[in-house]
Design a protein around this ligand. Structure first.
Ligand SMILES: Cc1cc2nc3c(=O)[nH]c(=O)nc-3n(C[C@H](O)[C@H](O)[C@H](O)COP(=O)(O)O)c2cc1C
Length: 209
């Protein structure tokens, strides 16, 4: 697939079919992570792949409760206040947060080395580099998956989830967990929310804002 076609095709898809992603395709997609730019040259990324409904269910067990809390508080307050496209996306996405992670049957947990400083207390200009690198790699994964005809979605961990996940998978000290990343094949009737249309010219400021 041509690069700009991949870029335009990549969408967040939260409805998966039951077709399995093969290990071979998964390896290709995860290899793309190691082509992303990285701080300190080292590409200190590790991926835990979880398959099987029981295993995934165990890993994401805090997700439903945490999402339910956001859902109730967030959506009620947001109606009429939020941008219409944003609200429509949340109405579709929030109820699917747990299901989408189960449905693809291929849950990837990207881990990144977070050296010396806790993530939320950046001490100097390099402290957040590890976090930035893992997200550069996640974008590469999303694009590679799109090129392979796959669908992806991810959920940002909240509350107790990072510590819980690290403990369940036995992550070594000094590694952080970026997100719950589901990769699979889109359901035939997968809903894809309308993407906000941005005119790039409006967002480019020449010399001054
Ligand atoms: C930093 C970040 C956090 C996100 N968190 C979530 C999430 O927790 N759950 C979810 O379903 N989608 C999440 N998304 C996906 C966005 O909702 C999605 O990218 C956005 O609606 C635009 O749609 P598109 O990806 O199809 O272009 C997140 C995206 C980003 C970049």
């Amino acid at each position: 697939m041509e690069f700009y076609e991949v870029l335009n095709k990549r969408r967040t898809i939260r409805d998966f079919s039951n077709k399995e992603v093969s290990d071979e395709v998964l390896k290709k997609v995860l290899d793309a992570a190691f082509k992303a730019p990285t701080n300190d040259h080292l590409r200190q990324l590790e991926f835990v792949v979880i398959r099987g409904q029981e295993n995934i269910s165990r890993i994401i067990s805090p997700v439903s409760e945490n999402t339910r809390k956001i859902q109730q508080a967030g959506l009620e307050a947001a109606e009429g206040v939020m941008d219409g496209d944003e609200y429509a996306m949340f109405v579709d996405a929030l109820p699917k947060q747990k299901r989408m992670l189960m449905q693809s049957n291929c849950l990837i947990l990207p881990f990144f080395r977070q050296k010396d400083y806790p993530l939320c207390q950046p001490a100097d200009q390099s402290s957040l580099n590890y976090f930035a690198s893992v997200w550069a790699s996640v974008e590469n994964i999303l694009l590679a998956a799109t090129a392979e005809g796959l669908a992806c979605t991810f959920r940002i961990p909240i509350g107790n989830e990072p510590e819980y996940v690290k403990q369940v998978v036995g992550a070594p000290e000094g590694y952080e967990f970026a997100c719950f990343l589901a990769i699979g094949y889109a359901a035939p009737d997968a809903h894809i929310p309308k993407q906000k249309v941005i005119n790039v010219e409006d967002r480019i400021h020449r010399n001054v804002w």
